[in-house]
Design a binder for this molecule. Structure first.
Ligand code: FEO
Length: 171
């Protein structure tokens, strides 16, 4: 049976992951509105991945005999100044999520909840990738400056991203 403090923290993280999905879906809509379907595709895949993150925490809590409690998901912004600005916000957001995951690791250590600590290892590694992807896209967009041609090529590249569903299922 999972402790109350860890249970509450995982419920908060489920909400944070669902907010991430909501944020990236909103960015998907923004990119469609400025005719960048490849960027929109990247955001849609990102949103689907965030949903699987929420689902991982959800399934874990159920498997530990915890009680999932869903809370309201805050409304995300709906517009950004530019593709670069949107990706800068992705990077900032992922840095915040990394801090949340690190906070969960700290809590699991404090509560001597080794099972939760072990489960969180996947998320610690995932956040390295999340930040690195966002950072690299921010770097490319900065290099590109105002080049419409560059944006066109990057849009083509981002249209190739596909969502790979995780094998793990809920218990
Ligand atoms: Fe679920 Fe993008 O971290």
């Amino acid at each position: 049976m999972i402790g109350k403090k860890v249970e509450e923290a995982i419920n908060r993280q489920i909400n944070a992951e669902l907010y991430s999905a909501y944020l990236y879906l909103s960015m998907n809509a923004y990119f469609h509105s400025v005719s960048l379907a490849g960027f929109a595709n990247w955001m849609r895949v990102q949103a689907l991945e965030e949903f699987t993150h929420a689902d991982k925490f959800y399934g874990y809590l159920v498997s530990r005999g915890g009680r999932v409690k869903l809370a309201a998901v805050a409304a995300p912004p709906s517009a950004w100044k530019s593709p670069l600005n949107a990706f800068e916000e992705v990077l900032k957001h992922e840095q915040k999520v990394t801090a949340l995951i690190n906070g969960l690791v700290d809590l699991s250590l404090k509560e001597k909840d080794h099972a939760t600590g072990s489960m969180l290892t996947w998320f610690v590694d995932e956040q390295v990738e999340e930040e690195s992807n966002a950072d690299s896209l921010v770097g490319q967009l900065r290099l590109m400056g105002d080049s419409g041609h560059g944006l066109y090529l990057m849009d083509k590249e981002l249209s190739a991203r596909v969502f790979v569903p995780p094998i793990q299922a809920q218990p």
